[in-house]
Design a protein around this ligand. Structure first.
Ligand code: CDP
Length: 220
């Protein structure tokens, strides 16, 4: 069957909006595959940091992205043979990911890799440009938002739960500069697709957001 007939639900939104959790749960409920596209930028960032690649060398960074050997398995992420699920969640890696994600050659290098995740019975794709650039033919597009304060609280809890140290004021500042970079970059800026459903989750639990997404999907 042509690839564009395989159902895709895209869930885009700013940092710490809860996309990851919601995407995961929606994929579980539907038995769909999951693409955490942010993890690809984080893996590129981790690999570049470890190799000492200059963070302003677009060509070299695109090569790093192109040659990533990655595997997602049972909720774990591998870079080569190393399990890096924890390492890619560090704030330094997230900040580097956000910087290199602004480089067109890096985005291009990850393009085909992302399309390959569209497999039967379906895919839930989480990121910034899933509905606008990578899967414009998605059957359902969702754009999740939440206030910057709600997002800082969520990120704080996430980091503490994972055993990282965190400071709420630094996180607020980080989120704001990451939002600015993600929305103002020239390529694939963070914005809702024209046909996206908007969902503000500031006052919602993840499970309530999941139910809403499933209801929209069932109505398609
Ligand atoms: O968890 P958080 O939302 O901070 O980040 P993430 O979803 O893991 O993505 C890390 C970084 O990659 C983001 O800050 C974005 O700048 C970038 N990204 C992107 O540009 N396009 C995507 N489709 C996914 C992530």
């Amino acid at each position: 069957m042509p690839n564009s007939n395989i159902p895709v639900i895209t869930i885009d939104g700013p940092t710490a909006s809860g996309k990851g959790t919601v995407a995961h749960k929606v994929a579980d409920r539907l038995g769909f595959h999951l693409l955490d596209s942010g993890a690809l930028y984080r893996l590129t960032a981790l690999s570049a940091l470890r190799r000492g690649t200059a963070l302003n060398d677009e060509h070299a960074l695109a090569k790093v992205a192109e040659h990533l050997t990655i595997r997602f398995h049972g909720g774990h992420v591998y870079l080569g043979t190393e399990e890096v699920s924890h390492a890619i969640r560090a704030e330094e890696v997230g900040n580097t990911a956000s910087r290199i994600a602004a480089l067109p050659a890096v985005r291009q290098a990850l393009f085909a890799l992302q399309l390959g995740f569209r497999e039967t019975p379906g895919l839930v794709a989480d990121g910034r440009d899933m509905g606008t650039v990578i899967f414009p033919t998605a059957q359902l597009k969702v754009f999740l938002t939440a206030s910057v304060e709600a997002r800082a609280q969520r990120r704080y809890k996430q980091l503490i739960d994972k055993g990282f140290s965190a400071n709420i004021d630094d996180l607020l500042e980080d989120l704001q500069s990451r939002d600015a970079r993600d929305t103002q970059r020239a390529v694939a800026p963070l914005m809702p697709a024209e046909d996206a459903h908007l969902l503000d989750t500031s006052q919602m639990t993840a499970d309530e957001a999941v139910e809403q997404v499933l209801a929209w999907y069932a109505g398609k």
